[in-house]
Design a protein around this ligand. Structure first.
Ligand code: LMR
Length: 392
């Protein structure tokens, strides 16, 4: 049987991890996978997470199964963190293995409820979005998003494409910190998009993987909250990997907003999907997140550290934009300072990206997406000089 398997296409982000690891050069720089790194190149365990782990070790008395949908306290704390108060009666939710698990479960829910619904994706988007949709055999379409000239939003193209959405189609929106481009809609544009999709009868499907990495924890939820208030049905896939720094714990949540009268049925379907795919969701990370969000002191410390992380990335953005202005003697990379989140798409060709890797040991995704957090004060000038060399 297994001899009939064909090799699968490699995920281009994960492929870079291996390439970087196997590069023997000392000065190599990893701007690939979206993992936060501090100035020393370490992905630290956040202080509040360490404190919660210590406490958990002391008080945890059992490792028996948790609920099929996860611990209600985790789900409630996450719904409040993402949406604020007032959504409990509309929110069905399940804990999932990371944000990817939440995306997968959301797609499975769409398929279960409406097998012919098209899922709309921004062009470009995180490569695993189309990969999972294709794997599930679901209809898929793209809407324009990025303007390669300005490295901003192609808003006219986006609105023209979303005007073609049919009632009942799901439209995947990056709630904040667009991956891979770093270019984001402003508040007025979000309002226009929401109005159009509402008129079309679309189901917004928000991927919220970087809350707290853009403009702030509350600010980064603003678009999701706007949509939650306007639409009768919304799917939200959120990740704790980045904002709690617990990548390998696989902690995420899928929230399905619906009519209060439908909530129990939707909740039952979400729990059913968990049972089919992996039964009980992972608990350790979810429990740490709950402990942090429910404890005033831990929560305050976590928020303070998350803000340090965010401001560090903003500082690196400004430093890189300034340095590129100097080395290229142009303003063509000024957008790096206005982008938000971990990533910016630089607009280099694949050939230029290859030169950066082969000649300079600088690793970025082939579409010229860089992870800003992979930089530090020492490597910003090195990257800027190398980029100036390849664009000359
Ligand atoms: C990324 O885009 O680099 C992250 O979301 C990590 C991943 O799983 O691809």
């Amino acid at each position: 049987m297994l001899e009939s398997l064909n090799p699968q296409p490699q995920d281009k982000i994960l492929q870079l991890i291996a390439l970087f690891r196997d590069d023997p050069r000392d000065g190599k720089i990893d701007l690939g996978v979206g993992v936060y790194k501090d100035a020393t190149g370490l992905t630290p365990v956040m202080r509040a997470v360490k404190a919660a782990e210590k406490k958990l070790w002391e008080v945890e008395a059992t490792k028996t199964y948790t609920g099929l949908a996860g611990e209600p306290a985790f789900n409630a704390a996450m719904v409040t963190m993402i949406l604020g108060d007032g959504f409990a009666d509309r929110a069905a939710s399940v804990a999932t293995p990371g944000g990817t698990g939440a995306i997968r479960q959301a797609l499975e829910l769409i398929k279960l409820a409406s097998p012919t619904a098209t899922v709309w994706l921004s062009n470009p988007t995180w490569p695993n979005h189309p990969s999972i949709i294709k794997y599930l055999g679901m209809p898929m379409a793209e809407y324009r998003y990025f303007d390669a000239e300005t490295r901003g939003i192609d808003f006219a193209g986006l609105m023209a494409d979303l005007a073609k959405v049919k009632a009942g189609d799901a439209v995947l929106l990056h709630g904040c910190c667009h991956n891979p481009t770093g270019a984001n809609l402003d508040a007025a544009q979000w309002a226009e998009v929401a109005k159009l999709l509402r008129a079309k009868g679309a189901i917004p499907f928000v991927d919220l993987a970087y809350q707290g990495f853009g403009d702030g924890l509350e600010e980064d939820a603003a678009a999701t909250r706007l949509i939650a208030g306007l639409f009768p049905e919304v799917l939200i896939a959120a990740s704790c990997s980045k904002n709690f720094g617990i990548y390998r714990e696989r902690t995420g949540i899928l929230i399905a907003l619906t009519d209060p009268a439908r909530r129990a049925v939707v909740q039952g379907n979400l729990a059913f999907l968990n049972r089919q795919n992996y039964s009980f969701p992972p608990d350790h990370g979810a429990r740490l997140v709950t402990m942090i969000l429910e404890d005033d002191a831990l929560r305050a410390d976590w928020k303070a550290e998350l803000e340090e992380v965010r401001l560090n990335m903003l500082g690196l953005r400004r430093a890189l934009a300034d340095e590129l202005r100097r080395t290229t003697n142009s303003d063509r990379f000024d957008f790096v300072a206005t982008h938000r989140g971990m990533f910016s798409r630089l607009g280099l060709t694949e050939a230029q990206v290859n030169v950066l890797r082969e000649k300079h040991g600088i690793y970025m995704v082939g579409d010229s997406r860089i992870n800003i957090a992979g930089l530090n004060a020492r490597t910003v000038p090195i990257l800027a000089a190398a980029i100036a060399g390849v664009v000359r």
